[in-house]
Design a protein around this ligand. Structure first.
Ligand code: TMP
Length: 263
């Protein structure tokens, strides 16, 4: 259901995912994304309606895509539309989920003998095959080569950009007392063959720990772990992230930050 129609004519629905819908617009150069007011977990098997969540994820994503564009990293984002809507560039999506981990959390703790919160330097980068029916399986080198999803050159380009996105966001968010623990990125090719970051950048697809709370506080997670772990307070946590992220407009780049921006 379209809850808040953007001020532009919508074309047909092109794709519906668990958290977003993608529509054509009257201009073939641009598509419209609607962020749904739903939280999902366990590959969509658990779902709950959370009014206001879509608008928050849209605002947070728009602000972070803009930050990356300013750092010279191409994204699909063009501009916000109505509440919970944004205008994006259509891309030919690469069916990979690129997960970067700055600290050990989540599935890594179930799969490796590693201490929760342990810093990972350099950040750990893993590729997963994006396929809901298969449960987004982890890709080994050999499996990636077997599927032939990206050329070796494109893979280097994609991983380099993913690391640049992670380091740019990690540094910017740290200044807001938000610890970027891990995140999932998706990429696609635009009509001119440019690789661009796609999907969303929100607490749905990253872990953010609040540096203003003690490490053992249940209030520390400001991300979808609040839903996954049944902690409650998800919309309040996303509002706090959105509130802090607006301060990015007033922060000047720190010239002495080692590794600031693109490496
Ligand atoms: P994981 O610890 O469950 O593997 O998740 C790592 C990061 O990737 C975490 O920030 C959540 C994000 N993620 C998604 O956005 N979508 C997914 O389907 C999964 C499995 C993880």
């Amino acid at each position: 259901m379209i809850t808040d129609t953007p001020a532009r004519a919508l074309g047909p629905l092109l794709h519906e995912g668990k958290a977003k819908r993608l529509y054509a617009t009257a201009d073939p150069q641009w598509c419209a994304v609607e962020f749904k007011d739903v939280a999902t977990a366990a590959n969509g098997r658990r779902q709950v309606q959370l009014p206001g969540k879509g608008g928050l994820n849209c605002r947070i994503s728009g602000r972070l895509f803009t930050l990356l564009e300013q750092a010279g990293l191409p994204t699909h984002f063009r501009e916000p539309l109505g509440d919970g809507w944004m205008l994006v560039r259509p891309l030919r999506m690469i069916p990979l989920e690129v997960v970067l981990r700055n600290r050990a959390a989540g599935s890594l703790l179930r799969q490796l003998p590693i201490v929760a919160g342990q810093p990972l330097e350099p950040p750990l980068l893993d590729l997963y095959f994006k396929d809901d029916a298969l449960g987004d399986p982890f890709l080994s080198e050999a499996r990636l080569a077997t599927l032939n999803i990206v050329t070796p050159e494109a893979r280097v380009q994609l991983e380099t950009m993913a690391r640049q996105v992670n380091s740019t966001l990690h540094q910017a968010l740290a200044r807001l007392d938000l610890d970027l623990v891990d995140l999932k990125l998706e990429f696609g090719w635009d009509a001119s063959g440019q690789l661009r970051l796609a999907d969303e950048l929100s607490p749905d697809n990253c872990r953010l720990w609040d540096g203003r709370q003690s490490p053992d506080s249940p209030g520390r997670s400001l991300d979808k772990d609040r839903f996954r772990q049944g902690l409650g307070g998800l919309v309040a946590a996303y509002k706090e992230v959105n509130h802090r992220i607006q301060a990015l407009d007033h922060l000047q780049p720190r010239s002495h930050d080692p590794g600031q921006g693109i490496q």
